[in-house]
Design a protein around this ligand. Sequence first.
Ligand code: AMP
Length: 251
Amino acid sequence: MKIMVAVKRVVDYAVKIRVKPDKSGVETQNVKMSMNPFCEIALEEALKIKESGLAKEVVAVSMGPSNCVDTLRTGLAMGADRAIHVEASRDLVPLTVAKLLKKLVEVENPGLLILGKQAIDDDCNQTGQMIAGLLGWPQGTFASKVVLDKEKQVATVDREVDGGLETLCLDLPAVITTDLRLNQPRYATLPNIMKAKSKPIKKITPEELNVDVKSDLEVVQVTEPPKRKAGVILSSVDELIDKLKNEAHVI
Ligand code: AMP
């Protein structure tokens, strides 16, 4: 079985986000970029499944500008066998990513498609659900545990939901999106970083896949959240009750 993993290049989680002066988006020039943390977890899960003998190949896919190749190289250094880069100059919305992924799935025929539950730049949490819908495949989102049964061609997925855990049995092929507690992604070792340099990255364009990347979604403005006002220390409970009653009007 082949596993395909979608990995997105995003602003590193530790970077303090700055809004561009013209409010058209966030600053990405001279900012550290990394693989989306949930995508690292997705790739780790695919590699663990391969290492347990249940899959033969792991293919990492990324869509976006030319420097997505760096993210794919990280994926190859973690252990993916090969990579596909769909080169697009503009930011892609989840529906476009899902349409592009569908085309790649039709060519590659993976038994499992694993994505992060959300990208930390747009926080959309949409792509996994959309691609499952487009393919007509079962989906297990927010996975915190995945067990594959190769004979029965079934994946058992524990999902983290508000009330606790939900367990689903998905017929393969299926789409899984990963939650934080699924695993602890590995670091790429130096020898594997060197080896990754000779692993293949196939380049393809949305035009070649016959997908229009034009989006119906327009970002009107990006602004910073309002600054929090400084807090005050009150001297008594009576004073607190008075403020809640007469200033905040909440009691
Ligand atoms: P989102 O729906 O944007 O929150 O993204 C959810 C997941 O979809 C990510 O964790 C990735 O696995 C995948 N994804 C979204 N955008 C891209 C992209 N441009 N390239 C590769 N994978 C992506």
